[in-house]
Design a protein around this ligand. Structure first.
Ligand SMILES: [Zn+2]
Length: 232
C-alpha cells in the first residue's frame, strides 16, 4: 500500500466519509451525498413553469418577473437534514453543492436566462455573526460558479428591528420579520435583471420585504429563486 493510501484509510477511520443526507458511508470521496439520496432529491419543475406554487404565493404582493424554488422542503426529510446542517452546522459545502444544482437548473430554464446579477437575501447581522456566513450568499456562490454572474452582496442590507422606531420597522415587526431591509446601492442595480436568492420560502414575508426595498432602485426586472419551498 502506498503511503498516501495508508494515510487516507487512517483518515477515514477517524473522519469517515458519510452521506450528508442519510449518513450512509457508500459515497465517493468527492461526493457530498450518496447516489440514492441524489436520485431521491425532491426537485420541483418550478423553474420552467409559470404560475408554479412559489409564484402563486408571491403573486400580487410586489412586482416580479419570475419566481421558483428548486426543491420541495418537507419536515423529517433528507432535505430538512441537509438544510439544517448547511444553516447551523457550518456545512458550507452543502450550500455550494445545492447552489451549483440551482445554477444548472437556471441555465436550463428559458424563463431565467436573462439574469444579470445575483442578490443574496441578507441575513440579520446578529445571526450572520453566530453562523459565520449568510447561507443565501453561499447559494449565490454556487450559482455563480455555474453561471458566472456577479454577486451583489452589499446592494441591500438588513438592520435590527429594535434599532429605530421608523414605520418600516413597525411594519417589519407586525409582519414578524427580524430586522428590515435598506437599499444601499441603487446604481449597482440600475437597468439589470436581478435574481434575489434565499434558502427556504415559507410565507414569503421576508422575500417580499427585501424585494420592496430592491424595487426602489431603477432595476430592469426582479426574479426570485429559493433553494426550497416549504408551503403547504
Ligand atoms: Zn444518502
Amino acid at each position: 500500500m502506498q503511503i498516501q493510501e495508508a494515510a487516507q484509510s487512517l483518515l477515514h477511520l477517524f473522519f469517515p466519509q458519510t452521506c450528508a443526507g442519510c449518513g450512509s458511508d457508500a459515497i465517493d470521496k468527492e461526493q457530498l451525498i450518496c447516489l440514492s439520496c441524489l436520485q431521491r432529491l425532491p426537485v420541483t419543475d418550478f423553474l420552467s413553469h409559470n404560475e408554479n406554487t412559489t409564484e402563486k404565493l408571491l403573486m400580487g404582493r410586489f412586482r416580479f418577473l419570475h419566481a421558483a424554488s428548486y426543491l420541495f422542503y418537507t419536515h423529517g426529510s433528507v432535505i430538512q437534514r441537509l438544510i439544517h446542517q448547511f444553516k447551523y452546522k457550518q456545512r458550507k459545502d452543502i450550500g455550494l453543492f445545492f447552489g451549483k444544482k440551482m445554477g444548472g437548473a437556471i441555465q436550463q430554464s428559458s424563463r431565467f436566462k436573462q439574469i444579470d446579477a445575483l442578490v443574496p437575501l441578507p441575513l440579520h447581522p446578529r445571526k450572520e455573526k453566530q453562523r459565520h456566513y449568510n447561507q443565501a450568499a453561499i447559494l449565490c456562490e454556487g450559482i455563480s460558479s455555474e453561471l458566472h454572474l456577479p454577486i451583489l452582496n452589499k446592494a441591500v442590507t438588513r438592520i435590527s428591528a429594535s434599532s429605530s422606531q421608523t414605520s418600516r420597522n413597525r411594519l417589519a415587526r407586525w409582519q414578524n420579520i427580524d430586522g428590515s431591509f435598506v437599499l444601499q446601492d441603487p446604481d449597482q442595480l440600475a437597468g439589470r435583471h436581478i435574481l434575489l436568492v434565499d434558502d427556504v420560502i415559507t410565507t414569503g414575508a421576508t422575500l417580499e420585504a427585501c424585494s420592496r426595498e430592491l424595487l426602489k432602485a431603477p432595476i430592469a426586472s426582479l426574479s426570485i429563486c429559493t433553494l426550497a419551498c416549504a408551503m403547504k
